[in-house]
Design a protein around this ligand. Structure first.
Ligand code: ATP
Ligand code: ZN
Length: 748
């Protein structure tokens, strides 16, 4: 397909002219720099520089030059005239759009973060700000093949054929279009059959075609699709698309995407694990005839640079990405979709701790565009918003094409006991055997990487722990190592116990996926079994290859962690066995029940998605607890109602508000003193409670001691104001770090 031909069909989207404000030459302006400074700094715009608010510029800071953004005119400057420095250069990039600038400010204020730190997320690709460069590209030269001095091999003929479309293609693109190696291109160029020219080094996306027909929608799907299409291009709104697994939620929001694209606007789709989303990408391409621009951590630096610019220049119409895609400079964003909105992967824990779902709603409000939140197991936050009328709620109660929901059986492991050093109950073992005999696929789910979560000395009971973290080391047999899953510390299994010096005295305790592989292999010696975790699937290519093996029926049993629990659609996968359904309940934080429900429901939702009925077995030691009962009875709403009620009673989110303070440093005594000083300055008043300081559950992490405080407020209280007043009263000495986590999800 000739990308450049399609490219010229529609003019690039750009920021509405009304949003652009020029700056007077010579004026004083505020420039925000992507560093943790306390605000924007004053500079002068040189009289010969034409710039606007949002322009990317280079400014002197101390004795170096840094990139920044003109944030506004400076009206309250107290920098004396002779101290004011000039902007030293204007960068050749479209200005940061108004909605993006407002987003930076709101996000910074909400999470009490320096705005420069938030801007840094928008400017994450430094090279994208450099002047555009060129790269060589090739097209068919006007010379007959038999006039050349090289042999006309099949590969060469193919290249010349695809290179005859009238456009110049980079060597890699031409090679992949013709299915040959780059050396073939090089040879043809040297022989004069291909003409080389310099073209701008930019990505080209075929614009998706919103007019291609989608599938015929079912009655419920059609009702939902009509609503999201009606909301498209109509200003700010939030829609919660709540439908059971396999109900066709993706098809429904594709309709809203089509309507937005047809209006010439950009679309952003946030997925929790984009690297694992090859099936989603294939469906998108099938529906819209073109691939979306992708944004995630597996891109190369060159891809990031080209994608960033393509978005800023409005050439990338549809972006699918991880949470960081929210910060990109869309000049003409028309719709945001957050798929699997309940996923905690949307919460960023490092740096600026923000929640991408919540910020997607904010971004949509600032840009006055719709946002669609999608899930089979919506978060209580979103459900309450829908219940109270702030979000529009759409329901898809049935699976597509008459596929039924899987049956869910609870297996009480205290009665139906696994054998010695085994973790599968006789019932689940039998089901696995039967399913294999029937030629259908099974999934064994265990959210634990490695072989065993704990290794201890049989002689003295010593447990092998991470030297940098308060955590046990996890044995990984595939790599013959012990690993800390918090800091990445890795070591070999010691010969002698470090405590009693006994030899070869270590025993593995508890199962991880690698250990389940042993058990499953003994049980099903003829089955093709594969372990799927972040250790075995290391990027989008490996994930896509796994999907292909599943689709081709090359795998009988998958043993996997949460990376296989969601999104996938494998028609022949009919049995899901959860090895330890209680695992997530043990930590006991406020969302443990909600999260266990979501994860179990999602993994169960992988079973029986087409003609073949599905069967789910949850192994549990507590079959009577509400979450297990709700799963077995398919009583999601009853469970969520009860959860909501409990949260309301204790004034927990989504009713009350929380903010966590984490004090950390290498000097434990100093960490304690600072944490206590923060505790002494704690606010009092109606609707406010402060818990702690107390050692964090991960009291040592990456060599830093950690203490936590938790602020709990009623809904009417402004958490930001309370925190700002509170933290304004304490001095944090330099080696100590204070992390503020508004609306925390992790309590470790
Ligand atoms: N109207 C339709 N016509 C044809 N196929 C459909 C239709 N609706 C859904 N499907 C197919 O049914 C399957 C499930 O749909 P989809 O993946 O959109 O469901 P979902 O609700 O997003 O599921 P999950 O929450 O489990 O990810 C897909 O293979 C999809 O292509
Ligand atoms: Zn560690």
């Amino acid at each position: 397909m000739p990308p450049s031909a399609a490219n010229s069909a529609t003019p690039p989207a750009s920021q509405p002219a009304g949003d652009r404000v020029m700056v007077e030459p010579g004026a004083r302006v505020k420039v925000l720099i992507p560093l943790p400074l306390d605000g924007a700094y004053d500079y002068r715009l040189p009289i010969d520089m034409v710039a606007e608010i949002g322009s990317f510029v280079v400014v002197p800071l101390g004795n170096r030059l840094v990139a920044g953004v003109i944030w506004g005119e400076s009206t309250d400057s107290d920098v004396p005239e002779d101290k004011l420095r000039e902007i030293s250069g204007l960068l050749e990039v479209p200005p940061l759009p108004k909605a993006n600038r407002a987003f930076v400010e709101w996000l910074a204020a909400y999470y009490l973060s320096p705005p420069g730190n938030v801007l840094r997320m928008a400017m994450s690709v430094a090279s994208a700000l450099e002047p555009p460069t060129t790269r060589p590209a090739y097209r068919r030269a006007d010379i007959a093949l038999d006039a050349l001095e090289i042999r006309p091999t099949a590969a060469r003929k193919r290249v010349l054929e695809v290179a005859s479309d009238g456009f110049a293609h980079p060597a890699s693109e031409l090679a992949s279009m013709a299915g040959v190696s780059s050396s073939v291109i090089k040879g043809l160029a040297e022989a004069g059959a291909l003409e080389v020219m310099q073209v701008p080094d930019q990505a080209r996306w075929t614009p998706p075609d919103p007019n291609l027909p989608g599938p015929e929608l079912s009655g419920d799907q059609k009702i939902a699709a009509d609503q999201v299409v009606a909301a498209a291009n109509e200003g700010f709104s939030v829609t919660l698309l709540d439908g059971v697994t396999g109900s066709g939620k993706t098809e429904v929001y594709f309709e809203a995407i089509a309507a937005t694209l047809a209006a010439g606007k950009q679309v952003l789709v946030l997925l929790p694990e984009i690297a694992l989303s090859s099936q989603w990408l294939a469906r998108f391409e099938q529906r819209f005839g073109a691939a979306p621009a992708e944004w995630h951590s597996d891109l190369t630096q060159g891809q990031r640079r080209r994608t960033w610019r393509g978005i800023a220049e409005g050439r990338a119409r549809i972006v699918v990405g991880a949470r960081s895609a929210l910060h990109l400079p869309y000049p003409n964003l028309g719709l945001i979709v957050v798929d699997e909105e309940h996923e905690t992967a949307f919460k960023q824990e490092d740096g600026v701790a923000y929640h991408a779902r919540d910020m997607a709603v904010l971004r949509a409000r600032l840009a006055e565009i719709p946002v669609i939140l999608v899930s089979a197991t919506p978060s209580l936050e979103s459900l309450l918003n829908a219940k109270e009328g702030r979000y529009q709620l759409l329901h898809l109660p049935n699976r597509h094409a008459g596929a039924t929901m899987p049956t869910v059986e609870l297996i009480d492991i205290t009665k139906d006991k696994p054998g010695r050093q085994q973790w599968l109950t006789p019932t689940l073992r039998k089901a696995l055997e039967d399913n294999l005999a029937a030629g259908e696929q099974s999934l064994l789910f265990l959210n634990r990487r490695g072989y065993a979560p704990l290794t201890l000395c049989r002689t003295c009971g010593h447990r092998l722990a991470c030297p940098n973290c308060s955590a046990w080391l996890v044995e990984h047999r595939f790599t013959r190592s012990l690993q800390c899953h918090h800091c990445g510390f890795t070591t070999g299994v010691p010969k002698h116990c470090p405590s009693c010096d006994d030899t070869d005295s270590f025993a593995a305790c508890g199962p991880g996926v690698e250990r389940m592989l042993e058990e499953a292999t003994l049980l099903l010696p003829d089955a093709r079994i594969e372990v799927v975790t972040s250790d075995t699937i290391r990027g989008p290519l490996q994930a896509a290859a796994f999907v292909e093996r599943m689709e081709n029926g090359e795998i009988d049993v998958v043993i996997g962690t949460q990376i296989v629990a969601k999104g996938y659609h494998f028609p022949r996968l009919t049995l899901v066995g959860v090895v330890d359904a209680d695992l997530g309940l043990n930590g006991g934080d406020l969302r443990a029940g909600e999260r266990t429900y979501q994860l179990m429901y999602q993994v169960a939702g992988r079973a029986g998605r087409e003609g073949l009925p599905g069967r789910v077995m949850l192994q549990t030691a507590s079959p009577t607890v509400p979450v297990m009962q709700a799963l077995a009875r398919h009583d999601r709403d009853g469970f969520l109602e009860a959860e909501l009620k409990m949260r309301e009673e204790f004034d927990f989110p989504p009713y009350g508000r929380l903010a966590a303070l984490i004090v950390s440093g290498q000097d434990e005594g100093l960490v304690d003193r600072v944490a206590q000083a923060i505790g002494r300055a704690a606010p009092h008043g109606k609707g406010l409670t402060v818990l702690g300081p107390a050692p964090a559950p991960l009291a040592l992490l990456r060599g830093r001691y950690r203490r936590r405080l938790l602020l709990k407020t009623s809904r009417e209280v402004s958490v930001q104001k309370v925190l700002a007043d509170w933290l304004g009263k304490v001095q944090i000495p330099n080696p100590i770090r204070l992390q503020v986590d508004v609306d925390p999800y992790s309590f470790l």
